[in-house]
Design a protein around this ligand. Structure first.
Ligand code: URA
Length: 208
């Protein structure tokens, strides 16, 4: 699949197994999602460019680095929120935008109910965050909206994806790189990913 990077790590596989398990309760689900988000953000930002800056150590002056562009994390509400706080522990300088989307349970189409972005999207590395890439409709709409607001460098971080969503995203936004921990088989007739992990938002927030 073009433009998809599957982040492989034994710890991610182990944590994802806990997330998939029906027997995993809310507290354990949250903890594992936080840990995976931290493991994944390293790879997502791996090729961010830095510029050299001087730094004075207690002994002398040497050359250090700072990020060339700001990082903006954009969780798609609500499930994306479950990954952002732990990523901010790794990238505390990141700004956070939010896009609120819920899917219409009849048409499965996303409907936007909230959009709030920091200034400077044009110069930033913008990471859309949602644990699930199912039909791809929410991710596509979020990317379209972010581009209209000026974003030029977009990546999409998710935990579990499937070929339908990847195809849709690649088709409409071939420039948006997709980072995922797993590509599952497909969607059921309710547009849930199978085998998947169920409704990520419900499992994270305990609204089952
Ligand atoms: N959203 C989810 O939370 N889970 C899915 O399987 C699909 C969409």
């Amino acid at each position: 699949m073009p433009n998809v990077h599957v982040i492989e790590h034994p710890l991610i596989r182990v944590r994802l197994t806990r997330l998939r398990s029906h027997a995993t309760g809310t507290a354990e689900f949250r903890a594992n999602l936080h840990q995976i988000a931290q493991l994944m953000i390293f790879d997502v930002l791996r090729d961010c460019t830095t510029r050299e800056i001087p730094v004075e150590t207690p002994l002398t002056t040497t050359t250090g680095a700072e990020l060339e562009r700001s990082v903006v994390l954009v969780p798609i509400l609500r499930a994306g929120l479950g990954m952002v706080h732990s990523m901010l522990e790794v990238v505390p300088e990141a700004q956070v935008g939010m896009v609120g989307m819920q899917r219409n349970e009849t048409t499965f189409e996303p409907e936007t109910y909230y959009n709030k972005m920091p200034p400077g999207l044009r110069e930033a590395d913008v990471i859309i965050v949602d644990p699930m890439l199912a039909t791809g409709n929410s991710a596509v709409d979020a990317a379209t909206s972010l581009k209209k607001q000026g974003a030029q460098r977009l990546r999409f971080l998710n935990l579990v994806s499937c070929p339908d969503g990847i195809r849709q995203m690649n088709h409409i936004h071939p420039d948006v790189r997709i980072f995922t921990a797993a590509i599952d088989g497909g969607l059921n007739d309710q547009a849930y990913i199978v085998p998947g992990l169920g409704d990520a938002g419900d499992r994270y927030f305990g609204t089952l």
